[in-house]
Design a protein around this ligand. Structure first.
Ligand code: MN
Length: 375
């Protein structure tokens, strides 16, 4: 932070859903935050607009599009002394190397990219501990748990990750087979990117979030429960040894957890964020999750228990399977079938290095692509 208390932020994945909402927060508080670095993939048109608006000192994208700002590799932006905090919201495994680089140069990281912890949670938190670096969650569930644990000296006995259940929670298996990409992209409570919307419909997202919670809060997998809560008002809960529970409630708007991570340890008033109206709200309901209907969730938890390179295979296989589903090449129910095959066929590497994790990732990608074409 500079002398004026301005936090200089690099937004990795600035054209995606989380990245755009992070820039909404940065835009709303020009005296608190500055977008000092931007990085995006292929949406060059939007990135160019963002560069023109925020005038970052540095940027990265699939090709050079601006000469007023320095064009740098992701790792160099991650390590730059001009950056205080990194919003890591690049999907897939691409964010892993820059995240490690950022930790090694002592940067605070607000983490949205789920794959990073699933693939390499052990590496990431080991490095973070060594460097005394904070890794802050951006996802609504993990932010909720983080907020519930704030000020608590005792670890929770259990945490409950809430799940809306997605658009197909009440569908039969036969009906699930015929689900189209268009239907799957309509999430009942959250507006998000395509990949995560499909992952919410298969409940893969909740499996992945369980693995993330395991690393974020260093809790055993058995202490992390999933609870179906269709209204998405309670973003997660914690339960302590004495039976006391704490929950975090707010409107379903990702800008709140993003703002909390940016302003932490302060809270700031933002009139653009919606409020809950408890008196006129529909009842909050909870039910147990049906694992047999959502095999992706079970596969994620299995991969988490097996550990080593299995979680990396899970993520990579899911990414390609979702891509094949979105392009109409496989059925909704075949997403789980492809991931299961990849996990079965994978030759695991014990205590993998980052390089071996990335090898498992690329093996799974090509395996699922070939298998998917054969279906
Ligand atoms: Mn979430």
């Amino acid at each position: 932070m500079d002398n004026n208390g301005l936090k200089k932020v690099a937004v990795f994945g600035s054209t995606g859903s989380v990245g755009r909402q992070a820039l909404d927060i940065i835009r709303a508080f020009p005296d608190k935050f500055q977008a000092a670095g931007l990085a995006a993939g292929n949406n060059l048109k939007l990135l160019k607009e963002q560069i023109n608006e925020f005038r970052p000192g540095m940027y990265h994208s699939s090709s050079r599009i601006d000469y007023t700002s320095k064009f740098l590799p992701l790792e160099e932006i991650a390590c730059s002394p001009e950056i205080d905090l990194i919003i890591m919201a690049i999907p897939g495994s691409v964010g892993l190397a820059p995240t490690i680089a950022a930790i090694r140069s002592g940067k605070t990281i607000a983490l949205a990219s789920k794959e990073i912890l699933v693939m390499a949670g052990e590496h990431v938190f080991k490095e973070a501990l060594q460097q005394q670096v904070q890794i802050l969650p951006l996802d609504s569930e993990h932010s909720a748990i983080w907020q519930c644990l704030s000020g608590e000296k005792s670890k929770p006995e259990k945490i409950f990750l809430t799940a809306s259940g997605g658009p197909f929670y009440n569908y039969s298996h036969t009906r699930l087979k015929k689900v189209t990409a268009e239907q799957a992209l309509c999430h009942p409570t959250w507006k998000m990117g395509k990949k995560i919307t499909i992952d919410s419909a298969t409940l893969m997202n909740k499996g992945v979030e369980t693995i993330e919670a395991h690393w974020f809060f260093s809790l055993p997998l058995e202490s992390i429960k999933i609870l179906i809560h269709p209204q998405s008002i309670i973003h997660s809960l914690v339960e302590f040894v004495d039976g006391s529970m704490k929950a975090q409630l707010s409107a379903t708007d990702m800008r709140l957890p993003i703002q909390y991570a940016l302003s932490y340890p302060e809270r700031i008033a933002n009139s653009e964020l919606p409020r809950l109206d408890l008196e006129n709200m529909s009842p909050l309901t909870f039910k147990a999750v049906n694992y047999s209907k959502f095999p992706c969730l079970k596969l994620a938890l299995d991969a988490a228990r097996m550990g080593d390179t299995y979680p990396a295979v899970l993520c990579a296989a899911d990414e390609i399977a979702v891509e094949l589903f979105l392009s109409g090449q496989i059925a909704f129910t075949e997403i789980a079938i492809l991931i299961e095959k990849a996990l079965e066929k994978h030759t695991c590497t014990k205590q993998p290095s980052l390089e071996e994790i990335l090898q498992a990732d690329s093996w799974a990608r090509s395996y699922v692509r070939t298998q998917g074409e054969a279906l």
